[in-house]
Design a protein around this ligand. Structure first.
Ligand SMILES: Nc1ncnc2c1ncn2[C@@H]1O[C@H](COP(=O)(O)OP(=O)(O)OP(=O)(O)O)[C@@H](O)[C@H]1O
Ligand SMILES: Nc1ncnc2c1ncn2[C@@H]1O[C@H](COP(=O)(O)OP(=O)(O)OP(=O)(O)O)[C@@H](O)[C@H]1O
Ligand SMILES: [Mg+2]
Ligand SMILES: [Mg+2]
Lengths: 222, 222
């Protein structure tokens, strides 16, 4: 369970202060499938990074299963990030010199988990990239890069998937395939936090958190 | 006027041959507002790069106002790319060390055109980034980066705008603002070629070209 208490994120640039998050109170239970929506620049990616322990708030508390993450040893946080959470980044962040197969396999080298070759190929096939398995990122289309990032997020069998606009570069058919994949993972008990600009997809999750100018404007069950 | 005759684009990777475009015949008049749609990997970005003279076909002919671009001196092609065409890339390609203002102004250093400070600020305001004008790309949200790339494509007052999924990272309100901006430019006589995964936006252009597996599946007036 993740709990945010009065979380603020402020970026200081010289004399300018950007308040990306202004006092967020939020509780997310295990097994939820929720979406975060809101205008460009409203703080969604910032919020997701804090929920995923990739970033710390400027003020306020983040609790994992009741424990303030500030009191957790770094080793513990690293273990959580590597083994329990799968991230799909808005900018993908694929490694240029590695193939689709190698990019997807990369998290395995950091976690203690093992997957054999055919399991990884199966994952790559699930996102429709079987014919691109040996391509490098500069030999892929935008949507193919996005799908590589999606497969990579799943290779560790994570308990949480944090997905930042995973269908932004996909046509409706591929977007549907990815959403169905997320739903099936949710049915197996995985918690999913999805940032999306697609209102139809948001409506098909269980709870919608609307951000606006760094605050939660509404938080509703669908 | 752009004319493609039997255009093919083949990527050879070792023994593997990827036929990204398989025989494209296409004629686009000045002043058109057309969209290119199709599944991820169907060849849209490849087609746009060839239409914009950023890439050459493996076979087939590209004519600009009747002239085969293979017979054009490189200087002429460079002039066209820099002065006549504004590109919005699917991956943005902003320069990391430069601010929004500097990134937007960059094409001016390559073309002979001049714009004064307030004209550039006006353009940045038109895409809603007035408050981010001094931010660098790593201090911007995904949609803010996308809007910076959009403003940059317009700074040279181009005759053609080639836009590769310019609203993929934008909420519906910002997407609408960008589409309205493109429409107003079209009303001033600028030709617009828009790749989009958003069927509603495609329906609001004048002509839709549907790609599938590297061929034109259909080419219809809206
Ligand atoms: N350098 C390359 N080498 C090999 N294959 C490539 C290369 N560049 C692109 N491709 C392949 O060509 C096909 C067409 O790519 P393109 O970028 O045009 O697709 P797209 O329609 O824009 O897709 P998307 O909607 O995902 O952006 C893709 O399947 C891609 O894997
Ligand atoms: N390092 C930084 N320095 C200053 N401001 C920043 C920095 N990083 C992000 N911001 C600002 O914080 C705000 C929130 O950014 P965030 O990436 O969370 O937005 P978002 O809701 O994900 O937007 P989008 O839908 O465009 O992806 C933005 O307005 C952005 O300009
Ligand atoms: Mg974002
Ligand atoms: Mg593309």
């Amino acid at each position: 369970m993740i709990k945010l208490e009065k979380v603020e994120k402020i970026y200081q640039r010289g004399s300018e202060r950007v308040r990306a998050l202004k006092g967020i109170d939020l509780e997310i239970e295990r097994g939820e499938f929720l979406s975060i929506v809101g205008p460009s620049g409203s703080g969604k990616t910032t919020l997701l990074h804090i929920l995923g322990c990739l970033d710390t708030p400027t003020s306020g508390i983040v609790r994992l299963d009741g424990i303030d993450i500030e009191t957790m040893p770094e080793k513990e946080l690293v273990k959580i990030r590597r083994e329990k959470i799968g991230y799909i980044f808005q900018q993908f962040y694929l490694i240029p010199g590695l193939t689709v197969y190698e990019n997807v396999s990369l998290p395995l080298t950091f976690s203690r988990k093992e997957r054999n070759r055919s399991e990884i190929e199966n994952l790559i096939e699930m996102v429709g990239l079987k014919d691109r398995i040996n391509h490098k990122p500069n030999q892929l289309s935008g949507g193919e890069m996005q799908r590589t990032a999606i497969a990579r997020a799943l290779v560790n069998n994570p308990e949480f998937i944090l997905a930042d606009e995973p269908t932004g570069n996909l046509d409706s058919e591929n977007a549907e395939m990815i959403f169905e994949l997320l739903k099936s993972l949710h049915n197996k008990g995985i918690s999913i936090i999805l940032i999306t600009h697609n209102p139809d997809l948001a409506q098909r999750t269980e709870r919608i958190i609307k951000l606006k100018d760094g605050i939660i404007e509404s938080d509703q069950m669908v």
